[in-house]
Write a protein that binds this ligand. Structure first.
Ligand SMILES: *[C@@H]1O[C@H](CO)[C@@H](O)[C@H](O)[C@H]1NC(C)=O
Ligand SMILES: *[C@@H]1O[C@H](CO)[C@@H](O)[C@H](O)[C@H]1NC(C)=O
Ligand SMILES: *[C@@H]1O[C@H](CO)[C@@H](O)[C@H](O)[C@H]1NC(C)=O
Length: 408
């Protein structure tokens, strides 16, 4: 009896520790979110333990736990033909609508999944079903890119994977094979996939050899910069599920192949302090005092150190690379970009990344639709199906698809 009650107490304490996180009442379905977050944190702790005892890299373990049982073979259903193939050495999954009446040429969306450059996949159930839904609802060919993940590769390899696959698809003979209209191609992605989508749109826009122009870019709560981890949204949502500030910083360090020993220095913006000369000109393009609406700034104060840790830049030069932080691209680059959709969530450390990009693009003369969700949290769009259904997941997904349908 005593053993049983001690066990029960321990179990309750353990669950309370894992599950209970104080959440603002304005976030969508807080209890469900707490459970989802607890599952995710539990998986992260197990992965860190496995890493610590030398079993395997924590991201490999985490990817295994979160995705292994969730990979789907390509199967065609209803009016969709689904196939896995390879574009210029990069794996892709293609969704082709077979619905009548056959249009002469179809619209197309290149989709780049999220997961901190380390998790997720085109074959995973959540992304497979999202791409099916987009393909069916827009009656468009969807190319979902299975770029290689951290820690097998690091920056900039995922950028090159996405760029190579996109360029291959945009060749006239390949578009013809899939009956795709070259004037109606969109590039889209969520979270780290939104980062890759934004980077690849900039690279394609500046590449004189690419003759096919992208018509739209659609970025879902994208990661766009790592110069400032103290934007108002980073300050406000430091411990918000399912992406805390510290976890985001570790995803960045793993992506750039930098040591986790730098995480605390990044947290206080020591990498962009005033004595880091290389960051001077870039900082101006990310002055959130001027780029954010008052309602977002509230009474948060910018964190700008006068002395920091300049040697981080030597250790991790990619910290200042525009192919990592598309938010800080030159205005001349932004002016070349296509019509844009940006979705942001209030309860997300990355809210201000998206919001600042929307503002910078508008200032460069680009037509931008910025959809902001007051009850949204990071990653919500892929939680739109059982068993992790959230109403905010379905609402964000449907609004995004509607925009694609009306604008592509
Ligand atoms: C464009 O193509 C030429 C010839 O193939 C090549 O030398 C050049 O590097 C290409 N430019 C870019 C930006 O890829
Ligand atoms: C990543 O960093 C490790 C250790 O600093 C180094 O040995 C390795 O070559 C790096 N990998 C890449 C792809 O740069
Ligand atoms: C930030 O830089 C300052 C000045 O070099 C240093 O004293 C401080 O310890 C650094 N903070 C972290 C967390 O690395």
């Amino acid at each position: 009896m005593r053993v049983a009650s001690a066990l029960l107490t321990a179990l309750t304490a353990f669950s309370a520790y894992y599950v209970y996180t104080p959440l603002p009442s304005t976030v969508s379905e807080p209890w469900k979110l707490m459970l989802l977050d607890a599952t995710f944190r539990c998986a992260q702790d197990l992965s860190n333990l496995a890493h610590y005892i030398g079993f395997s890299h924590h991201l490999r373990v985490l990817n295994f736990i979160s995705g292994y049982f969730d990979k789907l073979d390509p199967f065609s259903s209803g009016h969709l033909k689904v196939t896995d193939t390879v574009f210029d050495g990069v794996e892709v999954r293609i969704f082709e609508p077979m619905k009548e009446p056959y249009e002469t040429l179809k619209r197309s969306i290149i989709y780049i999944h999220g997961g901190g450059w380390a998790l997720g996949g085109a074959r995973m159930r959540s992304y497979d079903s999202l791409c099916r839904k987009i393909s069916e609802d827009v009656n468009a060919v969807v190319v979902s890119i299975e770029y290689r993940l951290v820690p097998d590769v690091h920056f900039p390899t995922p950028v090159y994977d996405v760029l190579s696959a996109s360029k291959y698809f945009m060749r006239p003979e390949v578009l013809e094979k899939y009956s795709v209209d070259p004037d109606r191609i969109a590039i889209s992605g969520d979270s780290a996939g939104g980062n890759l989508a934004a980077v690849v749109c900039q690279q394609l826009a500046e590449d004189p050899n690419v003759t096919t122009k992208v018509k739209l870019q659609a970025l879902i709560y994208p990661v766009l910069q790592l110069l400032d981890f103290n934007t108002p949204s980073y300050q406000q949502n430091t411990d918000m599920p399912i992406l805390s500030r510290f976890v985001m910083i570790k995803f960045w360090l793993d992506y750039l192949n930098g040591s986790h020993a730098y995480a605390h220095a990044l947290l206080v913006n020591n990498h962009t302090s005033l004595d880091v000369r290389e960051a001077g000109s870039l900082r101006e393009r990310l002055n959130w005092n001027s780029l954010l609406p008052l309602a977002f700034k509230k009474d948060y104060k910018p964190v700008l150190q006068s002395t920091g840790t300049p040697n981080i830049i030597q250790a991790i030069p990619a910290l200042l690379d525009i192919r990592a932080s598309p938010l800080i691209a030159q205005k001349e680059t932004l002016q070349l970009l296509p019509k844009t959709y940006i979705l942001t969530c209030e309860h997300d450390v990355l809210r201000d990344d998206g919001s600042m990009y929307a503002r910078r693009l508008q200032e460069a003369g680009i037509d931008v639709t910025h959809d902001h969700y007051e009850d949204g949290f990071h990653g919500c769009m892929i939680f739109a199906t059982w068993p992790t259904y959230f109403s905010i997941g379905a609402r964000t997904r449907d609004a995004y698809i509607k925009w694609l349908n009306e604008n592509l």
